[in-house]
Structures are given as C-alpha cells and as structure tokens.
Design a protein around this ligand. Structure first.
Ligand code: ZN
Length: 487
C-alpha cells in the first residue's frame, strides 16, 4: 500500500516537473532588438547649455510662497519664447491656470484625434541641510564631468527642454505633423497640479478636445535597477495609483495628567494604529503589475524564469517574495504609511483628542471608499473617527491600453533610439500630473526617455540631481522620432 502511494507521489512529481519544464521552455521573450532608423543628428552641447539656463531660473514650487515666486515662473515662460523661436512660430500658445502654457501644433489631417505631450517646469526646493553635499550648486546648471547639474535636471525641466528642442528642430526643417499635437508644461506638479494640469484638463474638456493618447513623466528607462536583468527596461506605465490621506482621531475627556484614566486619547489612538498596521491591504500580482513581470519574466535567470513561467503553481510564493521589498510591494497593493501624529500640546495635559494621519497610495483595483472600509475594519472601534484629510483624495487612474497606437509608437521609438531593450507596461506608484491629464485622454502613458540607474533614484528630489549630456541628446532624438512616429 505504502509503496503504491509513494509511486503515485513520484509520478505526480514527475508530471509536475515536466509541466514546469515545458512551460519554462515555452516562456519566450518578446522581440527586444533595436528597430533600425536614421536618427537625427543633434547638438548635445547646445541642449546642455539650454538646460543649464533653464535650471538657473529658480521655479521652485512650495505651497506657501507661490505668489512671491511668480516672477521666476514668468521669466521661465519668457525664456521658452526667446530660446525656441521656430517652435513658437509653428505653434499657438494659450495660458491656462496661472502659469501653465498649452501649445498647439496643427496637424495636416484634422480628422485625426490629437495627442498630448506633457512635462512640468516647477521643481522641489533644495534642503538647506544637504547643501554641502552637492558637488555643484543646485541652481548653477553647471556642466561638469559630462553632466548637467541641478534641480530639475531629472525632474522634469530636462523633459520640457528636450521636447522644445525636438519641436524647434522639426519646425526649422519645415516638418508638419499629420496629427495635431498639444504640449502642456505644468507649473505646480510638485504641489499636486491643482492649478496647472487641472486647468489644462478643464481647458481641453471645454474645447471638446479628447486626446487619442498622452505622454507624461512617471517612469524612466531602467538600467541595472532590476536584479537579474541584463537589458535596460522601458516601463511604459499604463496606470497610476490614487492618493488619499486619512485622519484617524481618538477623543477623550482631557484633564490633568496626575489623575489619568487607564486610557488616554493617545493610547486609544496607538491601539487603533497598531491594529491598522497589523496587516497589509490585500493585493496580488494582477493587472498592470502582472503584465510588467510577465514582460520581464523570460529575461530573468533560469531559476527566476521557472517561477514566472509557472505562476499557476508559484504565484503565492512569488507574491511573498515581491511583497518583501517596498519597491515591488507597492506594485502589488494599496500601501499605507502613517506619517503624522498630533496629541496634547503639553506634557502634563491629557489630550481631548489625538490624531494620526495615514497616507495611502491606492492600487487601480481599489478605491477611496475601499481604503476607508479597510481602515474601519482593521481598527474595529466605532469610537475612532476616520476622515479624509483635506476632504479630498484622488482615485487611481484607469488602466490604458498596452496594445494601443500610442503604446506602439512609444515602443517603436524606444527601440529606434535606445537599441536593444525590453518594453513593458507598468504602474506608476507615485502621483504625477497624469491624474489630471488622464481625464481628457483615451490612453495615458507615463515615462521619460532618460536612462536611469539604481544610483540615480536617490537624486530625484534629493542631492546632486543631474543628467548626462549624452542622455539629453538621446532624449531630443526620442521626442523628434516620437513626433514623427506618433504625429
Ligand atoms: Zn516630476
């Protein structure tokens, strides 16, 4: 009897191994080879000089002194006009919101649905404390050791400059796009885009303009970022997570701390937070995140490949592994991060209320209502108040078509300009202006054409932000080819 059972188990294992082997062999990669094309000859040194000038105009977004910063923003807009005369002559410009320009480049065929290319020209402030660590002054726009240095070099003035350089070159050569192309350069992305990108979206809506597709920041060409991959990866993000912060409040009597009850508002709140943090929001490898890993899977090492090729068997294991790192966990689920705490103003006074703020980034499968329901369920205390901080939140974006004409144009352009690379759909886990633009676009895609290494990630909003002179040249080539391929 035991022999028979062992035999059966043995046979089952053999079948399992055989199925997995076949699946792994069949698990072939998409074509990653370069698409041959004659690329435009570009003047990298000129682009570097222009980006340097752009960085020196300190268009810093902070919610408090936006009014006072106005002149710098106006200076940047004037700079765009002076620096790109052919582009400005070829296009018409309207201003939306306070300081966001929207350019229109009329296409030859007005029956075609237009497209939209966007970037933002505001930057985050530079922390005083880290100033000494900068190798070049953050607003110098210095060109040194093959890089252009300063705030906005990666995020996102480089994209504004590269797009305008591309239009300038094409307009000078007499090129006209077939499809009308809009360009929008937001002035307040770093503080939510409530005036710039939101006004642009409203403007398009009022004009009855719906884009076939749009492109914004949200990812980069990742080189040596994902372990186990030799080729660079262009993750064209087809969706963006939503954003909401919840204020979680416990109330109590208050009074003097010499005669305290067993629980104060602070300890009640602490219990609530502990319960909330006792488990993650349910998630899993589905949707855009699954497609991201499906695209990468065949390029991994054999051991990893077996796992991805046999997700019917290894999905639970994969999900445990991916949940283990914040970067991949964020792709699998809605994340929650307690960020602020407020209690009593004095050490010997019992608080009448204590509030914690928890920031959620909402996966496309979830919603703001779902986040509130999850929080209530986890805390399981009807006395605790849960409210939307600021009274608002942004739902996650819709998921754009990974087979649509926009995705195809982007994919082709990446392989023309950057050679062999893997193109996959992906998910933007942070918030960008796309949250507004997605409302007026059938399909919105999110990626900047800059090669980005693991080491660059900390430069974003951090110290020593820089982009290589060569990367600027490639970005201009990319936008020129994209306008040809997509326009
Ligand atoms: Zn940005």
């Amino acid at each position: 009897m035991i022999k028979k059972i062992l035999k059966l188990i043995g046979a089952a294992l053999l079948i399992l191994i055989a199925v997995q082997a076949v699946n792994t062999m069949r698990y072939t990669a998409q074509d990653t080879s370069a698409v041959q094309a004659e690329l435009p000859i570009v003047d990298e040194a000129l682009f570097a000089a222009h980006l340097g000038e752009a960085i020196r105009i300190q268009t810093i977004s902070t919610s408090v002194d936006m009014g006072a910063r106005g002149p710098e923003f106006q200076q940047f807009l004037d700079w765009l006009v002076v620096t790109y005369p052919a582009a400005n002559a070829a296009m018409t410009r309207v201003m939306v919101g306070e300081l966001t320009p929207v350019y229109r480049w009329d296409g030859a065929d007005t029956n075609l649905q237009p497209i939209l290319l966007t970037a933002h020209y505001d930057v985050v402030p530079v922390a005083e404390s880290g100033l000494a660590d900068w190798q070049q002054d953050p607003f110098s726009g210095a060109i040194a050791s093959g890089f252009i240095w300063g705030r906005g070099a990666l995020d996102d003035k480089s994209a504004v400059v590269a797009i305008m350089e591309a239009v300038e070159a094409l307009a000078t050569s007499g090129f006209t796009p077939n499809r009308t192309i809009y360009f929008s350069f937001g002035h307040d992305e770093e503080i939510g885009g409530a005036d710039g990108a939101a006004s642009a979206a409203t403007y398009f809506k009022e004009q009855g303009i719906q884009m076939a597709w749009s492109l914004d920041e949200g990812s980069m060409i990742l080189k040596d970022v994902i372990a186990g991959l030799e080729l660079p990866v262009a993750s064209i993000n087809v969706a963006e997570k939503g954003y909401v912060s919840l204020d979680i409040t416990a109330r109590a009597e208050g009074g003097h701390s010499s005669l305290p009850p067993r629980d104060t508002a602070v300890s009640t709140l602490a219990t609530a937070l502990t319960k909330l943090q006792s488990g993650p929001v349910p998630g899993g490898l589905t949707g855009a995140s699954k497609e991201f890993f499906d695209g990468l899977g065949p390029h991994f090492t054999l051991a990893q490949k077996v796992l991805f090729a046999n997700q019917w068997f290894y999905r639970p294991l994969l999900e445990i592994v991916l949940s283990g790192s914040p970067a991949t966990d964020a792709m699998l689920r809605t994340t929650k991060a307690p960020t602020m705490l407020v209690g009593s103003a004095k050490d010997n006074v019992l608080p009448q209320k204590a509030t914690a703020t928890v920031n959620f980034r909402i996966h496309p499968r979830d919603s703001i209502d779902g986040v509130v329901a999850h929080t209530r369920e986890m805390i399981d205390n009807s006395e605790i108040e849960i409210t939307l901080r600021g009274g608002f939140g942004n739902e996650p974006s819709a998921v754009s078509d990974k087979d649509g004409i926009g995705f195809q144009a982007l994919s082709k352009t990446f392989r023309q300009v950057f050679g062999d690379l893997i193109v996959v759909p992906g998910l933007t886990v942070a918030a960008t202006d796309s949250v507004h633009y997605a409302k007026i676009s059938d399909n919105s895609y999110r990626i900047n054409p800059f090669v980005f290494t693991g080491e660059d990630i900390k430069r974003l909003h951090g110290r020593n932000e820089r982009i290589s002179v060569q990367a600027m040249g490639q970005a201009v080539q990319f936008y020129q080819m994209l306008i040809r391929n997509g326009g």
